[in-house]
Ligand binder design. Structure first.
Ligand code: ADP
Ligand code: MG
Length: 559
């Protein structure tokens, strides 16, 4: 947490000093009171003296209020900036996380971390730590002032403060637990909402609004319960604190009153002790409360800070793609799946050649492509590019050489142009080329603003086939040597699919691995190799002529 709380040493020190000034002014008021009461209760005191003292006291309070306002202003700005920095670091590290690690979590979890948990950490953690010096200074100055008045009174008051530590001892553990449980409940709630929004078509179509509503209400009820537990604990901790503080104040007054009766101190000192006991016990109570809050969010804080860690160092550099990709005895199973999805797969893909990958649904085609795209790293065997082991290459480095178009591509809330030229490099010729290859020309012409038409995934104004083609154009625009295409024509009509595939096969220098189940007889022979998969294995890998002769492809051919 320190990294964020002391994000600027100078500002932090200035803030702490400001808080010290505020605490001194706050405690100083007790001494002003003592002076005021002693002056007006002295023998021969006059009304003029009273008005003079009150005037000074009012002036003092005015200055104190000004310091208070300035302190609060600076403190709030400082805390909010610390939270902003943590949020930025979280986004940074999530974006730089290995794809596999990122994808192994539901995005709802990240959202709830970035919204709810960060708020808890900000309020309970940052806020508590940053405001803590106020209470510490107030307490220290109050003790000093008490010693200034009378050391016996001061020592007694100090001894009584030990009682305050009952609160953190009793409440810390339950608070910690309640925080973690609430965080889990929020995660569930966010996940349920996300699913519902994404699947709203199904919900509507099945007329299952009520069932969905009930389900969300059930999760919401759990959320409410966890929230109540936490709030209750927080309030109880405060209530017990107030009770103890009142007891201690009464104790202090009893001691000071007794000493006044013994003529050791004057009435002014008793009044000052009343004021000082507030200055001493309340801040200490706050310190204990904040310690409880801070320790209550420790687990959450650790989760967030672990998430905000900068990503690991990058791997070897690749200098362009020269020879090819080799997959050697690769076996891979998805987590929580007993069977291996890929079994002992070996294949070599040479630079510049075109490969068609066919096979029944579920035979492992997409998985193989994903491994070649370094989406997953937990495989056995070896994958190499130009002789360099994938395990030694960072995603970022590899992706400079690979464009991957999936069956379903995501469209951002941007224009067609910005969706294709995603990094905004602005190469008009390349854009033209990408639109051409993906057969998007007619689509672009049909838009009122052409390439500058705003499109949106969320409001479904674009068809599945159009989406696929924009995704493909995006991959083409990336202009890498290697193109991994996973069923990129599956939502297109037969004719358009044919033209798109033909265009892709005409890309002379590109190495293309095309997974498809739409086979066109006269395009088959344009591939250099056809790879047939079945049950997670490669069962055929040969030039098209050889496979066609054996009729090995007929089961994958369209009518
Ligand atoms: P294909 O692309 O040939 O249809 P896939 O490679 O997508 O096949 O899937 C192969 C097998 O792996 C299927 O049985 C599928 O259920 C399983 N599978 C695919 N993706 C995942 C995943 N993310 N988690 C678990 N199992 C998966
Ligand atoms: Mg697939």
């Amino acid at each position: 947490m320190k990294r964020y709380i002391v994000y600027s040493k100078i500002k932090f020190i200035a803030l702490v000093l400001f808080k010290a000034l505020y605490a001194a002014a706050f405690v100083g008021f007790a001494l002003i009171l003592q002076w005021l009461v002693n002056t007006i209760t002295a023998d021969g005191a006059t009304a003029d003296q009273l008005f003079f003292c009150v005037g000074i006291a009012i002036g003092y309070v005015a200055v104190f209020t000004a310091i208070l306002l300035l302190k609060d202003k600076a403190s709030t700005a400082y805390i909010n900036k610390a939270v902003m920095l943590l949020r930025n670091d979280l986004t940074h590290s999530l974006l730089h996380e290995r794809y596999e690690d990122f994808a192994s979590n539901d995005t709802a979890k990240y959202l709830s971390h970035l919204t709810n948990d960060i708020k808890t950490v900000a309020v309970s953690g940052f806020n508590s730590v940053i405001t803590l010096p106020e209470e510490i200074f107030t307490f220290v100055f109050a003790v000093a002032a008490a010693f200034f008045i009378n050391y016996v009174v001061a020592l007694t008051m100090l001894g009584l403060t030990l009682l305050i530590f009952i609160v953190p001892v009793v409440f810390n553990k339950p608070l910690n637990r309640a925080n973690v449980r609430l965080s889990d409940a929020v995660k569930q709630y966010t996940a349920a909402l996300k699913q519902t929004f994404l699947g709203i078509d199904v919900v509507k179509n099945f007329g299952s609004e009520e069932r969905t509503e009930r389900e969300i209400a059930r999760i919401n009820e759990t959320l409410c319960k966890k929230n109540t537990v936490l709030d209750k604990l927080n309030l109880y901790a405060g209530d017990v604190g107030i009770f103890i503080v009142v007891l201690l104040q009464l104790g202090s007054i009893a001691i000071a009153g007794y000493m006044m009766l013994q003529s050791v101190i004057l009435i002014g000192a008793v009044i000052a002790v009343v004021q000082l006991s507030g200055n001493m016990y309340s801040p200490l109570m706050q310190i204990a409360g904040k310690a409880a809050l801070i320790s209550g969010i420790r687990e959450l804080d650790e989760t967030l800070l672990a998430m905000a860690q900068p990503p690991e160092a990058q791997g070897e550099k690749l200098f362009g793609f020269e020879r090819g990709i080799r997959v050697e005895n690769v076996g891979f199973g998805y987590p929580d799946h007993e069977d291996l999805t890929l079994k002992n797969v070996s294949a070599a893909f040479e630079k510049g050649k075109k490969y068609l990958i066919v096979g029944k649904s579920g035979s492992g085609k997409s998985t193989l492509l994903k491994l070649i795209g370094k989406t997953f790293n937990g495989y056995v065997g070896k994958i190499e590019i130009d002789g360099v082991d994938y395990r030694n290459i960072s995603e970022r480095e590899l992706y400079k050489n690979i464009a991957f178009a999936q069956q379903k591509s995501y469209l951002f809330d941007l224009t067609v142009r910005e969706n294709i030229d995603f990094n905004g490099t602005g190469d008009a010729q390349l854009l033209e080329h990408a639109v051409e290859i993906a057969e998007l020309r007619d689509f672009v012409l049909a838009q009122k603003n052409g390439l500058d038409e705003q499109i949106s995934e969320e409001i479904n104004q674009i068809s599945g086939g159009e989406k696929q083609r924009v995704g493909l154009a995006r991959a083409i625009y990336k202009d890498t040597d290697i193109l991994l295409l996973d069923e990129v024509t599956s939502s297109l009509d037969k004719e358009t699919a044919y033209r798109v595939e033909k265009n892709i096969l005409a890309l002379r220098d590109k190495t293309v691995l095309n997974v498809s189940h739409k086979l066109h007889a006269d395009l088959l022979e344009k591939y250099d190799y056809i790879c047939v998969m079945d049950g997670g294995k490669i069962v055929g890998f040969a030039p098209p002529a050889a496979l066609l002769k054996n009729n090995a492809l007929s089961q994958y051919m369209d009518a």
